[in-house]
Design a protein around this ligand. Structure first.
Ligand code: HEC
Length: 100
């Protein structure tokens, strides 16, 4: 385990030294784009449930604004507020998880 961490650290170090400043940002964007394109029909359904039910009382929150641990109790509470059933909440939860 420790070795993996050291390797990861080294890799990061080499990446940050070896390339221009813009590179890490660019690769992050590429990652997000890939994720967005890779949404399955199930995740698309979760996304639209989220967009249609969770912005009635407040703006939509970026999934990345909270960690998975933080989302769990929020989603329980908000599921009740939005009057969604378990299936719908599972779908929204899967979508949010896919964006973290
Ligand atoms: C009936 C109104 C209502 C609906 C519908 C609603 N919310 Fe909320 N939401 C609130 C209120 C009020 C707060 C702030 C106070 C609180 O936490 O109860 C809030 C806060 C939040 C927060 C911030 C929590 C924090 O700890 O900062 C998140 C994230 C959130 N809602 C997500 C959702 C999601 C996801 C859905 C859809 C399943 C949803 N909300 C639907 C009323 C609503």
């Amino acid at each position: 385990m420790k070795n993996i961490l050291i390797l990861a650290g080294l890799a990061l170090f080499m990446v940050s030294c070896g390339s221009k400043k813009a590179a890490p940002v660019a690769s992050k964007q590429a990652n997000e784009t890939t994720k967005a394109v890779a949404l399955t029909p199930e995740l698309e359904a979760g996304k639209s449930l989220y967009e249609n039910n969770c912005a009635k009382c407040h703006k939509l929150f970026e999934p990345k604004k909270f960690t998975k641990e933080e989302w769990t109790p929020i989603l329980v509470k908000m599921g009740k507020k939005a009057k969604l059933d378990e299936t719908q909440m599972a779908s929204i939860t899967n979508y949010i998880d896919s964006q973290l």
